[in-house]
Design a protein around this ligand. Sequence first.
Ligand code: NAD
Length: 264
Amino acid sequence: AGTLMQGRRGLIMGVANDRSIAWAIARAVAAQGAELAFTYQGEALEKRVRPLAASVGSDFVLPCDVSSDEDMDRAFGALEARWGKLDFLVHAIGFADKQYLRGRFIDTPREAFLQALDISCYSFAATGRRAAALMGPGGSLLTLTYLGAERWTPHYNVMGVAKAALEASVRYMAADLGIDGVRVNAISAGPIKTLAASGIGDFRYILKWNQYNSPMRRNVTLEEVGGAGLYLLSPLSTGVTGEVHHVDCGYHVVGMKNPDAPDL
Ligand code: NAD
């Protein structure tokens, strides 16, 4: 255990279970002394999130569905009432109707498009605005994205379009908040088998493909994403904002299939 995050308070949004990327980041910052609050979406997840929070010494667990302005107001109101000030926010939330995470992007209906963009993109600005209002210099906002924002990847469809908008949001939010000393960054994680990922068509194929074709010939671990999260939330990265940082064993530099990779 270290002291890099000693005296810093943060909100973690997006823990569904102990495989969640949000949880990996929570563990990494808690191990460095951060004090944490958590939000969960819906009652079913509360009983998963409470014990995880307790294991890092937190009883500060709040409901928040980011499709509801009232939920967000209530959650940040509770944070302000108990803590007054906030040092960091982890936004590890994404959603698209899995019916449209296969087939053609062009066939996405308006409703599914708007819902994916609302929950996966708008919610970062909406929660970031509320969080930044409680922050001073040294504040840090972090979200999670994927390579499918930059390039076509199979089945990612409307989620890729939502992530592209999310990555642009990181740049605009960084410009909005830089003057206040608040930084805004994203981690572009390689594929990891989580609850959200299981909604994506052929996810096992995507995992294998990345394993065989990434420069490091393996997939990234939850702990590695946690470590990158710690860096971006901590004073180690005070000069970094507006960045989309790839934590993917180098897959994003690859332009062609590895000729030595087995057929999939
Ligand atoms: P996960 O299923 O553990 O987490 C997704 C979270 O989003 C869940 O906690 C869920 O409750 C929450 N969520 C969905 N709709 C919500 C709503 N309306 N209100 C509040 N919360 C809501 O999966 P994960 O893979 O840890 O996903 C976290 C983030 O990481 C997502 O943005 C995802 O796109 C991103 N990401 C994942 C991968 C991967 O391969 N797993 C790769 C790159 C980026």
